[in-house]
Design a protein around this ligand. Structure first.
Ligand SMILES: *Cc1c(COP(=O)(O)O)cnc(C)c1O
Length: 248
């Protein structure tokens, strides 16, 4: 059995989220941040433990791993109300695979019109109800070539495209991974500042209410800072499930 206390981990992170939330400027405090427990590389029994502690939103970034976990009988049986977030890079040829995942809740990493269009066209074949598929647009806020995500300058156009042309999709927010290992002693994380700016721009240009556009930013090392900067969706893995050896 594992020596990781997942229940305590969830409780501790939720408390830290609450504290960070109360440090935000008053107008941001009205939006309660959501915790996505990132369970990649971790076994089902730890996911079930977190679920039993009340956690519902889980994130995975490898499609094959998500398919296996979401379809496994113990998860289907014990976690009936689980909500899967896909947070990895999605290739166009994997669209059918991702859409067939049971309890798929949100795809956080849509970054092109082509991908959005394909998801939009395919979703009715897979949806078991008339609900739209929730997506976020991933933004490359750090400008690193290797990072996926749309360039900030192209974001408004993509958001407009999705809202006007993709009737089966619900644009739920925008997401960034940001640069690794940013040292907070250098000041507020520029990726978080930029993502919030992107939201302000979308809302201003398209006339949307900012409260309807979530900001997915912040991981184990910086989720409290991200919340203070306006994050409404934090993706926390190792602080809940323990150290994760590097995967090839
Ligand atoms: C792995 C991962 C996380 C969680 O990282 P931790 O540092 O373990 O909290 C968050 N977001 C994405 C996109 C990831 O791939």
């Amino acid at each position: 059995m594992s020596d990781i206390d997942v229940k305590l981990g969830i409780k501790t992170i939720l408390e830290r989220i609450e504290i960070a939330c109360n440090k935000r400027i008053p107008e941001l405090q009205c939006v309660k941040p959501q915790l996505v427990a990132v369970s990649k590389t971790k076994p089902n029994n730890l996911i079930i433990e977190a679920y039993e502690a009340g956690q519902r939103h889980f994130g995975e970034n490898y499609i094959q791993e998500l398919i296996e976990k979401a379809n496994s009988s113990d998860i289907l049986e014990k976690c009936k109300d689980i909500r899967w977030h896909f947070i990895g890079h999605l290739q166009g040829n994997k669209v059918n695979k991702i859409l067939s995942v049971p309890n798929l809740y949100l795809i956080e990493t849509v970054d092109s019109k082509k991908l959005a269009t394909r998801l939009d066209q395919k979703w009715p074949e897979f949806s078991s109800n008339d609900l739209k598929l929730k997506i976020m647009l991933q933004v490359n806020t750090s400008g690193e070539d290797a990072k996926n995500g749309i360039e900030p300058e192209e974001l408004v156009d993509l958001a407009k495209y999705v809202s006007e042309n993709c009737k089966n999709l619900e644009l739920n927010g925008i997401m960034t991974i940001g640069q690794f290992g940013y040292n907070l002693e250098q000041g507020p994380n520029p990726d978080f500042i930029l993502l919030k700016k992107c939201r302000d721009e979308i809302c201003q240009r398209l006339g949307w209410d900012w409260k309807n556009v979530n900001l997915s930013m912040g991981m184990s090392d910086d989720f409290e800072h991200a919340i203070e900067m306006g994050s409404t969706n934090v993706r926390v893995g190792s602080s809940i499930f323990g150290f994760r050896p590097k995967k090839e």
